[in-house]
Design a protein around this ligand. Structure first.
Ligand code: PDD
Length: 286
């Protein structure tokens, strides 16, 4: 595999990241996961805008990462993924320096790493079709979930608990609100209206979430941006997780209890169809 590392394209096995890297020592860095559909990056500008937002709030000395779009395209090309279903991962850290909590002075060069991977679209399509189970867990993350930092310990533990419970995702609950998943945003349907949490410091402003909300606006589907309370969730007709790697996946059960009639609902199906058109995928599937 050919990776990108600090302005170079090289064999992944030859990448050498220092043990003093602040990403390794302190999770002092950001990441992004982009999806490529047949070689075409999905909403790359939105991913870069989110990375730039994170960089500003993390006070990284560099503000604009738009040069990573052609890097992503080059990674796809060099790995034979120019026509394939793939993801591109980028990670940027504050660089390598003697361990200290405060920023290193002088500031070392940032560590910028990227790789492209084939994406198992068939497995995802099966989950789009069948839907998945989710569980709820207390949100044990910090209060800056709007930054896509590599500090994912709470997400890792919650996602593992979901897997051990036979579920695909854990929906994190903070102050009685179903906030978002460990690697996806969460939406529910009440009275035919799509409801999802407004952006705040407690959720990641998902690119898929944004795309879905734009599709709703364009097609006259009613949306309400407000918290989804655990206490009202039994009234939800549908639920879904949305994200780069799950698109619009129906959630059929939460904590073992069926959502609505326990089958993928009409709004989820409609959004899947609209999303498919957006990414140039034939729909319905075979
Ligand atoms: N995660 N919320 C969280 C906590 C996430 O980690 C993600 C994405 C999302 C959805 O955002 P988007 O639509 O931009 O992918 C919401 C990526 C895919 C990951 O960690 O692998």
């Amino acid at each position: 595999m050919i990776a990108y590392f600090n302005n170079d394209f090289l064999d992944k096995d030859l990448v050498r990241i220092s043990p003093d890297d602040r990403g390794f020592l302190l999770a002092d860095g950001l990441y992004e996961v982009l999806r490529s559909y047949g070689g075409k990056l999905f909403r790359a500008a939105d991913h870069i805008a989110r990375l730039n937002y994170g960089a500003r709030h993390l006070r990284l000395p560099q503000g604009d990462f738009s040069y990573l779009v052609p890097v992503a395209e080059e990674l796809l090309r060099r790995n034979g993924l120019a026509d394939a279903e793939a993801t591109v991962y980028f990670q940027i850290t504050r660089g390598a320096a003697k361990r200290s909590h405060a920023f290193p002075a002088p500031q070392p060069p940032l560590t910028v790493y990227g790789q492209a991977n084939p994406f198992d679209e068939q497995a995802m399509l099966r989950r789009l079709e069948t839907g998945v189970a989710a569980i709820t867990l207390p949100d044990q993350r910090w209060a800056r979930c709007d930054m896509k930092t590599v500090g994912l310990t709470a997400n890792v533990l919650a996602n593992q608990a979901a897997h051990e419970a036979g579920a695909a995702e854990a929906i994190l609950v903070r102050d009685g609100v179903l906030i978002e998943g460990t690697h996806s945003n969460f939406m529910a349907v009440f009275g035919g209206t799509l409801v999802t949490a407004p952006t705040s410091n407690y959720i990641l402003a998902g690119i898929t979430r944004k795309a879905v909300l734009e599709l709703c606006a364009r097609h006259g589907l009613p949306v309400e941006l407000r918290p989804i309370f655990a206490s009202e969730f039994h009234l939800a007709e549908e639920a879904m997780i949305v994200g780069t790697t799950v698109e619009v996946t129906p959630v059929l059960t939460v904590d073992g209890r069926p959502v609505g009639n326990g089958r993928p609902g009409p709004l989820a199906r409609r959004l899947q169809a609209l999303f498919a058109a957006e990414v140039g995928r034939p729909w319905p599937l075979g």
